[in-house]
Ligand binder design. Structure first.
Ligand SMILES: Cc1cc2nc3c(=O)[nH]c(=O)nc-3n(C[C@H](O)[C@H](O)[C@H](O)COP(=O)(O)O)c2cc1C
Ligand code: SF4
Length: 351
């Protein structure tokens, strides 16, 4: 586990190993504010030994919410609660970025926005997005910029723009969703690059700003193109996941050993000069080490593995079995069933 437990830096942020807890909304927020349960949860995650946590998708305005229990960063009075999370995580010698998010057409707003009219039907939700006016675009970009300013004030080590999984930035980037005829349609990355430029004006140069980007948006060629453009425009890292779920064209080399998202991360890493994170289905420390060595990515995200065993990184360091996600068709952590069988097995074996 030589590479998995080696140090890594992004700008001045020193991360003690290559294990990242990726953003995972579990839903303890109260009116967008941090609850004591949120703080306890991040304490447990930080004690688990990962070098970096990316805090769950935290909304930049109340119109962009995905659920009523989601955390928010759209008002200054939310900073204090967020700072409690940051201080708790730092006290455990772990670094923390915050993922900032707007759901666009996929959210719970009664009149959701989208780059252009789009009929969304997925995950039990259906809505038709209203085309954003130029004023809407400027206003939402300003919400992201103000959210980043608050994140800096709260003491986060950096931010991650939620730019994938079909949320607002992904809706702009994916040309099957974004049919605008103006400059935000002709150059879909304009929306996020202007956000990045705005954030640079309100935070110091050393503040880390990365993005979770869809590798297939809709194709891998698009994913690589956006990765290169963002690298050129000064983004600090790329956390490569999936794009707009129902609007992707996923083709990977036959017999590829890891997940499609890891494939995209490997391809993108070859084309950029900045750190790349890989995610999805990395379900043992041996595979994590192998991926770091074979694909040259810099950091691995361990999601459901850490939901099953929050001590995943400590177990890996001690050479113990970390437990395994069983990839149930209905995952408890998405509220689709009552139990997590992977956790039941892990807890039974580790009494
Ligand atoms: C309960 C749950 C909540 C999630 N919430 C987010 C989120 O807030 N933001 C995000 O980018 N991805 C989210 N994800 C996706 C994970 O970050 C990760 O990409 C995914 O679980 C695949 O990694 P894994 O195979 O290691 O679990 C979530 C996943 C789960 C299981
Ligand atoms: S419920 Fe199933 S899919 Fe979800 S984390 Fe547990 S074992 Fe994995």
């Amino acid at each position: 586990m030589k590479r998995l437990f080696s140090e890594f830096s992004i700008k001045d942020v020193k991360i003690k190993n290559r294990i990242c807890v990726p953003p995972m909304v579990i839903g303890f927020g109260q009116d967008g504010h941090v609850s004591p349960e949120n703080v306890d949860r991040y304490k447990e995650l930080a004690q688990g030994g990962a070098g970096l946590i990316i805090q769950e998708a935290t909304c930049v305005n109340s119109d962009g919410l995905l659920s009523v229990k989601q955390l928010g960063i759209w008002k200054d009075d939310q900073i204090e609660g967020l700072k409690n999370i940051v201080d708790t995580v730092h006290a455990e010698n772990c670094k923390i970025f915050i993922q900032i998010h707007h759901a666009g057409v996929t959210g719970i707003s009664e009149n959701p926005i989208c780059p252009s009219p789009y009929e969304y039907n997925n995950f039990g939700r259906s809505a038709v997005g209203r085309e954003m006016t130029y004023e809407d675009i400027k206003s939402v970009q300003n919400d992201y910029i103000e959210a980043a300013r608050r994140a800096y004030e709260a003491g986060y080590d950096g931010i991650e723009l939620h730019g994938c999984h079909g949320y607002l930035i992904s809706q702009f980037l994916n040309k099957r969703v974004n049919k605008r005829t103006d400059e935000y349609g002709a150059t879909p990355e304009k929306f996020v690059i202007e956000i990045l430029d705005g954030i640079r004006k309100v935070t110091p140069a050393e503040f880390v700003v990365g993005i979770r980007l869809g590798g297939f948006e809709p194709t891998i060629e698009d994913g690589i193109h956006y990765a290169k453009v963002l690298d050129k425009n000064g983004i600090d890292f790329l956390d490569v996941s999936y794009g707009f779920f129902s609007e992707q064209e996923i083709h990977v080399s036959e017999g590829y050993k890891y997940s499609n998202a890891v494939y995209a991360a490997e391809k993108i890493k070859k084309e950029v000069s900045i750190p790349v994170f890989a995610v999805n289905g990395i379900n043992s420390s041996e595979i994590a080490e192998e991926i770091l060595n074979e694909t040259n990515v810099d950091i691995v995200d361990i999601g459901k593995g850490i939901l099953i065993n929050p001590d995943w990184a400590n177990y890996a360091k001690e050479g113990k079995d970390t437990g395994k996600c069983l990839n149930c068709t209905k995952c408890m952590w998405f509220g689709q069933s009552k139990v997590c069988p992977g956790k039941v097995i892990f807890d039974k074996n580790n009494k």
